[in-house]
Design a protein around this ligand. Structure first.
Ligand SMILES: [Mg+2]
Length: 234
């Protein structure tokens, strides 16, 4: 690993880095596809739902609430307004199921955070719906392991710069760890920080980047968070 000697602060993404998240969206999406299968093909449902999600990000931001509203809007569109009220209720109930789903930590997370605590300043940086993220952080039992917790609406260069400024952290001392090249890795490299990419089993297509985006980018990829400790000079 390249020069992690100077690192004083390690920040972690939350969804699909500390706990499992994205696959819950895919389960809800499959229920949605099944419900609309009498009207249109699976692919049409998935494509239209994704279009609605992207369109709605500017209105509702990331998270389950926006996802529910996107399902409602997509169903109205694909059924030409014929979708039943009881089906719309199902979308809302599925969203509530998802919001209340137990937080399942990714294997090894607690051990890794415990061994880093006290040796590094630890920050959790997650984007999405404030209430949902706060609830997941509380239910994860991990909050006390972090020096700071930042819930943001977007993870771009400006977001990371302002967090580093807020806590007076030099970018060369900053390491970000996450499962999204787009949100966790590239913006941090762009401001002079370091980054470790740990791919998750399921990643939302919106978080995908092109090969040219990551060409020559100096980040490390690990297969599991449990591989982190041997890569740090501790
Ligand atoms: Mg993530």
């Amino acid at each position: 690993m390249k020069n992690l000697n100077n690192i004083t602060t390690i920040a972690f993404d939350a969804d699909d880095t500390l706990w499992i998240n994205e696959h819950l969206f895919r389960i809800t999406e499959q229920r949605f596809v099944d419900l609309l299968s009498e009207y249109v093909t699976d692919k049409t449902v998935i494509d239209k739902l994704y279009d609605a999600e992207l369109r709605n990000l500017q209105h509702f931001g990331y998270g389950i609430k926006g996802f529910i509203l996107s399902m409602i809007e997509t169903a109205i569109e694909l059924t030409n307004g014929e979708v039943k009220g009881c089906d719309l209720q199902k979308f809302i109930d599925w969203g509530k199921d998802q919001i209340n789903h137990p937080v399942h930590l990714i294997s090894g997370v607690e051990e890794v955070l415990n061994s880093l605590q006290g040796k590094y300043k630890l920050i959790l940086i997650t984007k999405g719906d404030l209430f949902d993220q706060e609830s997941k952080i509380a239910r994860s039992g991990l909050a006390s392991l972090f020096n700071h917790i930042e819930i943001v609406s977007e993870k771009n260069k400006e977001t990371y710069s302002s967090i580093l400024l807020k806590y007076n952290i030099n970018p060369i001392e900053f390491l970000m760890i996450g499962n999204s090249l787009k949100s966790d890795i590239l913006p941090v490299l762009n401001i002079g920080g370091k980054a470790i990419y740990i791919p998750a089993d399921t990643t939302w297509v919106h978080e995908a980047v092109s090969d040219s985006d990551i060409a020559d980018k100096n980040y490390i990829e690990l297969s599991s968070i449990t591989k982190l400790i041997p890569n740090l000079e501790m």
